[in-house]
Design a protein around this ligand. Structure first.
Ligand SMILES: [Fe+2]
Ligand SMILES: [Fe+2]
Length: 248
C-alpha cells in the first residue's frame, strides 16, 4: 500500500485558508462577451460550491491508507473550493451578471458524484479539476493582463494542487491491477463527457472570447491523460492494448 503524508497536505491547505478575496476586475469586453462570460463563470461558481459530505464519507469509510487527517484535509479542500466560488461570484457581478441558483449540468454532476462510493466521488472531483483547469486557463488567456486573469491563474495553481491531492488518494487506495483497470474505464467515461459539456455546452462563450471549443477539449483531454497517469491508472488500459499489438 502506498503511504502518503496527508499531514503535509493538511498543513498546505490550512496555511492558505485565510487568503483574502483578490481583485477580479475584468478587462474591457464587448457586451455580448461580458454576458456570455458572466454566465459561464456563474455555472462554474455553482460547481465550486461544495458540500462537506465527501469529507464525512471519507471519514466513515475508514480506509487504512486514509485516516482522519485525510478526511480533515478533504474538509479544507471543500472550503478552498468554497473560496473559489466566492471569487467567481464576485467576478460574475463585476461582469454585470447574477449568480445562478441551479444549472442542469451542475445538478447532473452532483447526482453523478453521489452515485458511487468515496472512490467514485473523488474520481468525479478529479474530472472537475481537469475541466476547471482547461476552462480557467482559456479565460485567463482571453482576459490576459487584467486582475481577473491573474486571479484565475491563482485559482489554477490551487486546482493543480487539488488534482495532485486526488491523484495521491488513488495511488493510496487503488492497489490492485483490477481496481486500477476499473478506475481507468470509469475515468475515460467521465472525463471526456465532463469536458465536452463545458467545451461545447459553453461554445458561445468561447467564440465570444476568441477561443475554440475544440482547443479547450484537446487541452482538457491531454490533462485528463496526465491526471490518470499521476493517479496510477493511466497505463491500465494501454498495457493490454500494447500486449495485444505485440501479439499481432
Ligand atoms: Fe476550484
Ligand atoms: Fe479544485
Amino acid at each position: 500500500m502506498a503511504t502518503t503524508n496527508w499531514t503535509c497536505w493538511h498543513t498546505l491547505l490550512a496555511e492558505r485558508a485565510q487568503r483574502p478575496i483578490p481583485d477580479v476586475s475584468p478587462p474591457t469586453l464587448p457586451p455580448e462577451a461580458r454576458a456570455a462570460l458572466a454566465h459561464t463563470l456563474a455555472v462554474f461558481q455553482l460547481g465550486e460550491t461544495g458540500e462537506g459530505r465527501v469529507a464525512h464519507e471519507a471519514r466513515a469509510w475508514q480506509h487504512p491508507a486514509l485516516g482522519d487527517t485525510y478526511a480533515d484535509t478533504l474538509r479544507l479542500f471543500v472550503a478552498e473550493e468554497g473560496r473559489h466560488a466566492r471569487i467567481l461570484g464576485r467576478a460574475v457581478r463585476a461582469l454585470g451578471g447574477a449568480p445562478l441558483r441551479k444549472d442542469a449540468g451542475h445538478a447532473l454532476f452532483a447526482r453523478a458524484r453521489r452515485a458511487g462510493g468515496v472512490p467514485f466521488e473523488i474520481l468525479v472531483l478529479l474530472a472537475a479539476e481537469v475541466v476547471a483547469l482547461a476552462a480557467y486557463d482559456a479565460i485567463a488567456t482571453a482576459t490576459d493582463g487584467s486582475p481577473l486573469a491573474a486571479t484565475l491563474r491563482e485559482i489554477c495553481a490551487d486546482e493543480e494542487d487539488h488534482l495532485e491531492l486526488h491523484a495521491a488518494f488513488f495511488r493510496a487506495v487503488a492497489t490492485t491491477p483490477a481496481e486500477r483497470a476499473a478506475l481507468a474505464a470509469a475515468w475515460w467515461a467521465i472525463a471526456p463527457a465532463a469536458l465536452a459539456a463545458v467545451s461545447f455546452g459553453h461554445a458561445r462563450t468561447w467564440s465570444r472570447l476568441g477561443a475554440s471549443p475544440w482547443s479547450i477539449q484537446r487541452v482538457g483531454l491531454r490533462r485528463a491523460a496526465d491526471a490518470a497517469r499521476r493517479a496510477g491508472f493511466g497505463p491500465a488500459l494501454a498495457a493490454p492494448l500494447r500486449a495485444s499489438a505485440s501479439m499481432t
